[in-house]
Design a protein around this ligand. Structure first.
Ligand code: HEC
Ligand code: HEC
Ligand code: HEC
Ligand code: HEC
Ligand code: HEC
Length: 436
């Protein structure tokens, strides 16, 4: 059946020899379900055949791990507020299709499917096709104050959207005659190019036609990100994340790609690190400390400068930072510290976080929040000074440490073993030391 459906494609202007070759290749692969499926069912493993390095970067990213099956934090929340990601027909409390999937599993959302393991392209979350078929960003503001989130903020295409770098093939199609296997440059290894609009074979695999359009307006700007990263509210209208609003308020000119998709070698890096990436976190702030002894007191000033055009931490409302300041004697014993354990209760300035509150103004989790409480995260580009007075007796060294946490301590306790300890453990992102 799939062979028959492929016929018109094969017949369109391909030589008979090649046609027979493709025909055979396609018959052999008739049960691999590629060509005869819509583009959003194409797995990232198809792209991997040729884009190996990009695939590897993406595979390690949270985009490839964005579903409830792969991300334990998202999984814990999803199961609580929505349900089983392995079941069909799961609905939100309001009876609607789970909005989460518009961003966390966009290919499933296109089909209104909730059984995320029913196709690789669903389980892959934000995969190659999910981003590379977004055609135009319409903005997330819908009618009557409603937000169009994730996929709903875009018009999408059944053609791969390219940057313009290797996706302008019209002139070569005019001049290269029948060379439908034309090789696009930029790689040491020559590869058949399925983006010219015809199926090809590579490493013995049949690759369906993956026609491509040049679309730099979408691919080379923050438009590529904002549908999913601008902002989102919970069911009570309380903003949960607002990276887009933070960015607009910062008046920054550099777009998201300049930091989140730097070039490595000949390619743009698809690792797209954030709160799960230690190297990214380490470069997020300029962290330093100055300590001066005056009589029997040491005055230490810790300076934290946020380098980003968005809040630090940005994104999910439970991301947070905490600061530890410790003074040591000459044997390395602790003689003073800003807080025993987590500073949340005893040194409030050292715990940088957003508070979400219920009706009574009490801290609560994102799904149940009725409002925002205090927010002392670092604003875009903010430089903050935190002052400490330390009794100088016996002190030879003051050390300060900045930690990043994916979850509030309360949530870590609440979810317990549902989330592996290495995911929730504080990550040391910067340290500074002064000898006295
Ligand atoms: C059979 C090999 C092959 C497969 C499979 C393949 N591509 Fe490509 N792709 C190429 C070649 C060749 C080029 C042009 C040279 C280059 O950029 O490496 C290219 C270029 C691209 C570009 C860059 C164009 C531009 O101007 O920005 C994008 C985006 C792209 N491919 C996406 C995909 C996606 C998504 C998939 C999977 C659905 C995929 N490709 C599968 C061979 C392949
Ligand atoms: C989160 C969205 C997103 C995902 C997921 C994604 N891409 Fe991209 N991709 C982009 C953007 C944006 C660019 C353009 C970056 C730039 O301007 O340099 C790009 C550029 C490219 C290019 C152009 C050449 C280059 O590297 O500069 C290729 C090829 C490509 N992507 C392939 C893939 C493949 C293969 C996958 C899956 C393994 C994938 N992309 C997943 C957003 C994405
Ligand atoms: C189709 C929706 C979608 C698009 C488009 C998209 N993202 Fe994402 N992105 C997500 C989701 C969902 C997550 C969260 C995955 C998780 O943690 O479960 C995420 C996570 C991230 C993270 C956090 C990684 C971490 O370490 O926690 C960064 C950074 C990021 N995306 C950057 C980008 C950039 C830059 C672009 C544009 C080139 C982009 N994204 C486009 C949906 C999207
Ligand atoms: C100057 C570099 C820079 C620019 C520009 C930038 N970011 Fe970031 N971003 C970072 C760094 C560093 C981090 C890690 C620290 C943090 O979480 O704030 C990060 C973190 C993130 C995260 C992770 C949040 C989480 O929960 O893990 C997201 C999402 C994100 N950025 C989205 C964006 C978007 C969308 C844009 C464009 C509007 C953007 N960023 C522009 C540097 C940048
Ligand atoms: C508008 C797109 C969008 C929608 C809708 C959305 N999310 Fe997310 N979600 C993201 C992005 C982007 C991130 C990661 C970056 C960040 O923190 O902003 C994320 C991160 C998360 C995280 C943190 C994951 C981690 O690894 O720490 C959880 C939990 C989460 N989302 C749960 C949900 C649930 C549950 C729903 C549905 C009720 C939902 N999200 C709906 C875009 C969305």
């Amino acid at each position: 059946m799939s062979v028959i459906r492929k016929m018109p494609l094969i017949l369109s202007g391909v030589s008979t020899g090649l046609m027979a070759f493709l025909f055979l290749a396609n018959s052999a692969a008739a049960n691999t379900k590629t060509n005869d499926e819509s583009i959003h069912h194409i797995s990232a493993t198809v792209c991997k055949t040729c884009h190996k390095e990009t695939y590897k970067q993406w595979k390690g990213s949270m985009h490839a791990n964005s579903t409830a099956f792969k991300d334990p934090i998202h999984g814990a929340f999803y199961r609580k507020v929505v349900g089983d990601p392995g079941k069909e027909g799961v609905k939100m409390k309001n009876g609607k299709y789970p909005v989460c999937l518009q961003c966390h599993a966009p290919n499933a959302a296109k089909d209104k499917v909730t059984k995320l393991d029913s196709k690789p392209a669903y389980a892959e979350g934000v995969n190659c096709i999910a981003c590379h078929t977004l055609k135009t960003f319409k903005g997330i503001q819908g009618k009557n104050g409603k937000l169009n989130l994730g996929l709903k903020a875009y018009e999408y295409s059944d053609k791969i959207q390219g940057t313009g770098r290797n996706s302008n093939h019209k002139l070569s199609a005019l001049t290269a005659g029948g060379d439908e296997f034309g090789f696009a440059g930029g790689d040491d290894e020559q590869k058949p190019n399925p983006h010219l609009g015809k199926p090809v074979t590579m490493d013995g695999k049949d690759i369906p036609a993956l026609p491509m359009e040049s679309n730099p307006k979408q691919l080379r700007t923050s438009d590529a990100c904002m549908g999913c990263h601008d902002k989102r509210s919970n069911a009570h209208g309380v903003p949960l994340c607002a990276t887009g609003d933070e960015y607009v308020a910062s008046n920054a000119k550099a777009d998201c790609l300049s930091c989140h998709m730097p070039t490595t070698g000949e390619r743009s890096d698809h690792s797209m690190g954030g709160g799960h990436s230690l190297p990214m976190l380490q470069r997020s702030v300029v962290f330093s400390m100055d300590s001066k002894k005056a009589g029997d007191t040491i005055k230490s000033v810790v300076t934290i400068r946020n380098k980003q055009p968005h809040t630090m931490p940005t994104g999910a409302p439970f991301r947070n930072l905490h600061l530890k300041v410790t003074a040591y004697d000459k044997s390395g014993n602790v003689v003073w510290e800003n807080a025993k354990g987590h500073p949340g209760k005893t040194d409030k300035q050292a715990y940088m976080h957003l508070v979400l509150v219920d009706d009574k103004g009490k801290p609560t989790a994102p799904p149940t929040a009725k409002g925002q409480g205090a927010d002392n995260r670092l604003k875009a580009f903010e430089e903050r000074h935190l002052n400490y007075e330390i009794p100088a007796k016996d002190v030879v060294l003051v050390r300060s440490e900045l930690y990043y946490n994916l979850l509030w301590p309360g949530l870590v306790k609440k979810f317990g073993k549902k989330i592996p300890a290495d995911v929730t453990a504080p990550k040391l992102i910067s340290a500074s030391e002064n000898s006295i």
